[in-house]
Design a protein around this ligand. Structure first.
Ligand SMILES: Nc1ncnc2c1ncn2[C@@H]1O[C@H](COP(=O)(O)OP(=O)(O)OP(=O)(O)O)[C@@H](O)[C@H]1O
Ligand SMILES: [Mg+2]
Length: 464
């Protein structure tokens, strides 16, 4: 993309309405525009990051054996009356009436709808285990929408639902979700800690919330500092292997880590004092096992091996896709702007032309652009006739992890400059070496780069 042709409405001033840094930077970097309280338009740069996160979510869900689909945003009130949640949900539910006076609602979540689908089609245990999920907009009429996309009213969520014959199988589905979530957040450059949580209106005894530590988080959290040493890394996992998934759950949940709702001071005080931490966190996901309540109410029953009809064991599992963008920025920024982790950056690399209109500099930039694009990488080329300072400020604000700076002086010596957004360190390299280096950096995120396969015409979005 050439910046002169892009739509990137960056703001010079700090918007007064934004109280926290991620909200401020998303507005300043031209990622979102508020449409109404808690409702946002996703401008091109924000939309690109949103799609990247969504793509990671899909890849990791599919890797775990879960099946993507799409349910509508509008649901019928009758379905929710069957579960008893139509009245129970209260004013957070946006209720709508159509021209025929039929009562509808904008879905805050989808347990009822998915259970109804499964009740209609699944009749035998042979169809199990089954986990279906979608990534869809939700609406919750929050009392206090705030912090930008962090607590919106309309927000994008991945929600998945497992259907199993036995509690044991459903708990394996729970573990699969825990493992896939750990992988998902790590690919996004985040450490999200599973914490024992309260099950709230969904009910059930098994639930963990995933929290990203941040001073601006809305949840108070208590944990053993040893838990922050854990990382999933690049270990291979067989999602059908019950014991292997259970071992990961035990590894990541055996240390004390709880939100204020389940915090137990006496148990907490058993941890050596130097490891006790009280902090704040952003909830970026939650997993539940809740048994047969919804299947009984909505008739999701199957014939077991012995011919008896039994209700399915269920769980539901959510990732706050749009909230994650706020969480990533809270965890990764400096006073100049955002610093995107490589796995989610909207463009892989910026190209800054220090002297637009200079034949040699223009040609070198075009060549770099073509070489990166041929590898399947997306550069953002600042080809505007602005002074260098302004170009650097924009690149720093929008946070691309790598920048290649091209100027007549360097070109005389056959070099361009490759700069890390995170450390600010620069190295001088030939343009070819710079391209090779950028490809090497992104190889862990885009395996085709390591195989040195050309990418022309192919998309990174492999999940469909
Ligand atoms: N208003 C919101 N804006 C943005 N993301 C949200 C919002 N509410 C929930 N989410 C995200 O969706 C995920 C799954 O939804 P869940 O039903 O667990 O939310 P929740 O526990 O009600 O969230 P919270 O306690 O923050 O209100 C949450 O972990 C969170 O990341
Ligand atoms: Mg939750």
């Amino acid at each position: 993309m050439r910046l002169s042709r892009y739509f990137l409405p960056v703001l010079k001033e700090n918007p007064a309405e934004a109280q926290i840094v991620s909200h401020r930077l998303m507005l300043r970097a031209g990622m979102i525009k508020q449409a109404q309280a808690g409702i946002y338009s996703w401008l091109p740069l924000g939309f690109k990051v949103l799609r990247k996160l969504e793509n990671i979510v899909h890849e990791e869900q599919i890797r775990a054996g879960h099946i993507p689909m799409l349910m509508p945003t509008l649901q019928s009130a009758d379905l929710w009356r069957k579960s008893g949640r139509y009245d129970a949900y209260g004013p957070e539910m946006l209720r709508i009436t159509d021209r025929h006076d039929r009562e509808m609602l904008f879905g805050p979540t989808n347990e009822e709808m998915i259970t109804d689908i499964v009740a209609n089609y699944v009749t035998s245990y042979k169809a199990l285990p089954l986990t279906l999920y979608h990534v869809q907009w939700k609406f919750r009429d929050e009392v206090r929408p705030r912090f930008g996309v962090m607590r919106g009213r309309e927000f994008l969520m991945k929600d998945g639902y497992n259907f199993d014959l036995t509690k044991e199988d459903a708990l394996h589905a729970y573990n699969r979700h825990l493992v896939s979530y750990l992988r998902t957040y790590e690919r996004m450059g985040l450490q999200a800690i599973p914490m024992r949580a309260d099950s709230g209106p969904i009910g059930g005894d098994y639930t963990h919330e995933f929290l990203v530590l941040a001073d601006t988080g809305e949840s108070e959290v208590f944990y053993d500092s040893a838990i922050t040493d854990l990382s999933f890394g690049d270990r291979m996992i067989d999602y059908d292997d019950h014991a292997q998934c259970q071992a990961v759950l035990e590894e990541f949940t055996s240390r004390y880590a709880r939100t204020d709702e389940t915090h137990d001071e006496a148990v907490f005080n058993e941890i050596p004092e130097e490891r006790r931490r009280v902090a704040r966190g952003i909830e970026v996901g939650q997993i539940f096992y809740f048994g047969t309540e919804y299947s009984e109410k909505l008739g999701a029953m199957v014939q077991g091996e012995d011919g008896q009809r039994v209700p399915l064991h269920m769980g539901s599992h959510g990732i706050g896709v749009s909230r994650l963008i706020g969480a990533i920025i809270e965890a990764s920024h400096d006073d100049k702007g955002i610093i995107w982790p490589e796995g989610v950056t909207p463009f892989h690399c910026g190209i800054v032309n220090l002297k637009q209109g200079d034949d040699e500099a223009d040609a070198a930039c075009d060549k770099l652009y073509a070489a990166l694009t041929a590898l399947g990488l997306e550069p953002l080329y600042d080809d505007r006739s602005e002074r260098a300072g302004g170009k650097f400020a924009t690149m720093d604000l929008i946070g691309l992890p790598w920048r290649i700076t091209v100027g007549p002086r360097g070109l005389k010596n056959g070099v361009v400059e490759l700069t890390s957004r995170k450390t600010g360190e620069s190295v001088e390299l030939s343009p070819e070496e710079a391209v090779r280096k950028v490809a090497e950096i992104y190889a862990p995120h885009h395996p085709h780069l390591a195989r040195e396969e050309p990418m022309a015409g192919r998309s990174f979005q492999t999940w469909l």
